[in-house]
Design a protein. Structure first.
Length: 226
């Protein structure tokens, strides 16, 4: 059965666009235009994931997030027009699982939804083996394999590779990579992503192995076959 997504968003245009797009992608969708209604829908028809706008009339998104979290482990993706660090910290404290800053690309939203649903299904502690082409990554041991060749990874290399493996064939922008792997505690312009991609390529591409992590010029990177 298709996953049920609850959209809590007071901006009608955005809510309707999300509803249409998500239904088109095969999800079942409920929409609430305020937090109180959202909470009651969540109670009556428990969703698999909640997309929650920060700025809502009445109960704001943060309060809704806290109340949802008090009642269940449902993944919560918050939408915010504000990209300020204290907001994000507040939201994490309130139990949000991920953020998307408006305006966002719908593909990016879909990628985050898929990642959250997958992570939630897998459970936070249950290891799994992610596979792409001849590359595999064990989320328990944090070891990678190219065919049978074992690859040891540092903590950051692992996080970066996990992000690629969980979003195969999707272009990940530098902003997204930065946000997911290094987070908001690591500010400023930096070539750190380039450096770590180079490390990963050195480890995952020995002489006869094809390139898997490709550069998308001016945008970011994508894990795909040649
Ligand atoms: Ca709003």
């Amino acid at each position: 059965m298709a996953e049920q997504i609850l959209v809590i968003e007071d901006e009608v245009n955005i809510a309707e666009a999300l509803e249409r797009g998500l239904i088109y992608e095969g999800y079942r969708v409920d929409v609430a235009y305020d937090g109180t209604r959202g909470l009651s829908i969540a109670r009556d028809n428990p969703p698999d994931l909640v997309i929650l706008d920060w700025m809502l009339p009445g109960l704001d998104g943060l309060e809704v997030c806290k109340r949802l979290r008090a009642a269940s482990e449902v993944p919560i993706l918050m939408l915010t027009a504000k990209d300020a660090v204290p907001d994000r910290v507040e939201g994490l404290d309130a139990g949000a699982d991920d953020y998307l800053v408006k305006p966002f690309a719908f593909d990016e939203l879909l990628a985050r939804i898929r990642a959250l649903l997958r992570r939630h299904k897998a459970g936070p502690d249950r290891p799994e083996v992610l596979r792409f082409s001849d590359l595999s990554l064990d989320t328990g041991t944090h070891r990678a394999f190219r065919n049978d060749r074992a690859i040891d990874l540092t903590a950051k290399e692992y996080e970066l590779l996990e992000l690629f493996m969980r979003n195969p064939r999707q272009v990940l922008t530098r902003d997204v990579i930065f946000d997911r792997v290094w987070g908001y505690d690591f500010g400023g312009e930096s070539n750190i992503i380039e450096v770590y991609v180079r490390y990963l390529r050195q480890k995952t591409e020995t002489e006869n192995e094809s390139r898997l992590i490709h550069t998308v010029r001016g945008v970011g990177y994508v894990l795909r076959e040649d």
